[in-house]
Design a protein around this ligand. Structure first.
Ligand code: B4P
Length: 193
């Protein structure tokens, strides 16, 4: 089972590249952002609790997202691999993921980390906000709060995987296809198809 983490700040291209990677490698896509937005649109109690955090640009509490990922892994026992998009976002989430995978005699194959400047991130997210209908993309203050959450809580997750030599930095600026090509090069070195 191949487990890939696509990592990077909000707006770095994780969701965009995930679509292309899923199509090419047949990995099961686990996006905590998409899972949370689905809970919100179905007006579940989990969604209602998460919405308040997301609208302010804050991270949703660890136990909520860890529970969602645990259920998603259990619901896909025959998957040949998983692509984690937007997860883990804290060190506690990273440790929980390791434990869940250990129970399945699996581990993280690689973390591919997209590197994009802050000004480019803000520009991309404001542009997406013109059409996405996502309330967290329309307000620059909320976008900057999400980037600050990334810098203070999420960036350290890369250090966690660095200790196991599992992090590869990828330049996240350029065309979508150029970046996709760089990601594929790294995956092809590691995946058995
Ligand atoms: P997410 O849904 O994960 O959203 P994101 O980080 O904003 O987006 P992403 O990084 O995937 O967007 P992309 O670059 O593809 O999180 C939303 C919220 O959910 C969080 O703020 C948090 O509250 C909560 N949450 C989610 N996971 C959580 C967790 N594990 N723990 C706690 N809370 C959690 O796209 C951005 C735009 O850039 C697009 O419009 C795209 O077209 C454009 N773009 C992409 N690549 C480009 C390129 N190369 N050039 C130009 N534009 C590009």
């Amino acid at each position: 089972m191949f487990n890939l983490i696509l990592f990077g700040p909000p707006g770095s291209g994780k969701g965009t590249q995930s679509e292309k990677l899923m199509a090419k490698y047949g990995l099961k896509h686990l996006s905590t952002g998409d899972l949370l937005r689905s809970e919100i649109s179905r007006q579940t109690s989990l969604g209602q609790a998460a919405k308040g955090f997301m609208d302010k640009g804050q991270l949703v509490p660890d136990e909520v997202v860890i529970g969602m990922i645990s259920s998603a892994l259990d619901e896909n026992p025959h998957a040949t691999g998983f692509l984690y998009d937007g997860f883990p976002r804290t060190s506690a989430q990273a440790e929980a993921l390791d434990k869940l995978l250990h129970l399945k005699k699996a581990s993280i194959g690689v973390m591919l980390a997209l590197d994009v400047s802050e000004e480019e991130l803000v520009k991309r997210l404001l542009k997406r906000g013109e059409t996405s209908g996502r309330s967290d993309d329309t307000n620059e203050q909320v976008i900057r709060a999400r980037i600050t959450e990334y810098q203070t809580k999420t960036a350290a997750v890369a250090d966690y995987y660095h200790q196991f030599n599992k992090v590869v930095m990828i330049k996240g600026e350029g065309t979508i296809d150029e970046i996709f090509g760089e990601l594929c090069k790294e995956i092809d070195k590691r995946i058995n198809r």
